[in-house]
Write a protein that binds this ligand. Structure first.
Ligand code: CTP
Ligand code: MG
Length: 388
């Protein structure tokens, strides 16, 4: 390994003030941490990514990064400790360089990573930083006690790059000396006598810290994504399944007790099948039956979430995203309304969409036709999809 990115994501995000730590909050449809991970995973010079997470966040992390080839390690009580534990976890396959980065900085650009790597060719360490432009005051009790000369002052960003061996040793020695006050890795390096160069940071490479920062990040990533994906598509789908003797129906992945079940090869989840077809249709793909032939035994009793994930994955592979989905379920019974919130939550999790982008409605067929006679259930779906 030449360059490994070490992403620190073990903080609790207390200043952002929500129960779910900021790195797992959805921003423009994806967890914050996912945006950060993708920036490093898609960089051609980054060979591996190691993420430091908090104990207890294993399942949450898995949901964020299941498709990425990376095993997390558990961090500590401070950023410094999380950094050290992450570095030590790489000792088995030590990289030449390590780029230590805050998960809370999702706007890191490829060119900034390049600049830090270029700095590392000439120095033991290199960090991006911004020259301080404001006048600085020291005001310990709210009253100004002095003005600090800003000449030569920089405000540090990440990724901070180091020769792996030297920063790992510096962290171990600092911990052994009982020092626990370092707020970034360059400070640990400085203490250990490692020369660290400053490369020019980017104003956009902010650290998401408060709930206002989260909102600003959402706005910015949404705008970037809309600009990047101007090609608007609409797909539609329809599915119907007949009732047969049974005790439950599965709709949008949720089992609802009923005196019948839907007949079908898979779990016969008609709304989810209709939605899968709408997504496939939006990108000109053939329908669900072609992708998952009913003649193949492996799809017998299959959970339809597999089909839906597959369709969403095809859109993602093309660099696009789903803007919204909408479903109408038509049946006389069971009553669907009480289950709609759970169904929406399930679809929004599968599609990584905020719940306000997932519509589900139900209606009866006014006792008319096969649906009116209770012989089956039908579902329509539409999806808006945007492609580059
Ligand atoms: N971090 C970490 N382990 C810790 C503390 C922080 O890995 N014990 C990580 C955070 O997840 C974040 C980065 O270090 O990506 C920068 O820290 P900060 O912005 O302070 O995040 P939090 O500590 O989570 O937030 P807060 O200080 O508001 O609680
Ligand atoms: Mg913190």
């Amino acid at each position: 390994m030449t360059n490994t990115a070490l992403i620190l994501a073990a903080g609790s995000g207390s200043r952002a003030g929500s129960a779910l730590a900021k790195q797992y909050q959805l921003i423009a449809g994806k967890p914050l941490l996912r945006h950060t991970l993708e920036a490093f995973c898609r960089h051609p010079k980054v060979d591996a990514v190691r993420v430091v997470i908090a104990a207890g966040d294993e399942a949450r992390f898995k949901a964020v990064a299941s498709d990425l080839d990376t095993t997390p390690v558990i961090g500590g009580a401070t950023r410094q400790e999380s950094g050290r534990l992450g570095l030590e976890s790489l000792a088995g396959t030590p990289p030449r360089h390590v780029l230590i980065h805050d998960a809370a900085r999702p706007f890191v650009s490829a060119s900034l990573i390049d600049k830090v790597l270029a700095g590392l060719e000439r120095h033991q360490g290199a960090i991006p930083a911004m020259p301080v432009t404001e006048t600085l005051k020291r005001a310990p009790a709210g009253l100004i006690a002095g003005t600090v000369d800003r000449e030569g002052l920089w405000s540090a960003q990440t990724p901070q790059g180091f020769r792996y061996g030297s920063i790992c040793e510096a962290h171990s020695r600092a911990a052994a000396a009982g020092l626990a006050h370092f707020t970034d890795d360059a400070a640990v390096a400085e203490w250990a006598g490692i020369a660290v160069a400053v490369v020019e940071g980017e104003p956009a490479n902010v650290k998401v810290t408060t709930s206002d920062d989260l909102r600003a990040a959402e706005q910015r990533l949404t705008r970037d994504r809309l600009q990047h994906c101007p090609d608007i598509r609409v797909g539609q789908g329809y599915d119907v399944h007949a009732y047969e003797p049974g005790d439950r129906v599965v709709l949008c992945g949720i089992a609802i007790p009923h005196h019948a079940r839907l007949a079908g090869h898979s779990d016969a989840d008609a709304p989810m099948h209709a939605l899968t077809d709408a997504l496939l249709g939006s990108i000109g793909e053939s329908d669900i039956g072609t992708h998952f032939p009913p003649s193949e035994m492996q799809w017998k009793n299959a959970a339809s979430a597999i089909f839906l994930r597959h369709a969403a994955g095809l859109i993602e592979k093309r660099g696009g995203f789903i803007a919204n989905t909408d479903i109408t379920i038509i049946c006389e019974a069971p009553r669907i309304a009480p289950h709609i919130p759970t169904m929406r939550a399930n679809l929004s999790e599968i599609l990584k969409l905020s719940p306000d982008r997932v519509g589900i409605k139900a209606t009866t067929n006014e006792a008319l036709g096969f649906i009116g006679r209770g012989e089956g259930l039908a579902a329509f779906a539409t999806a808006t999809v945007r492609l580059p």
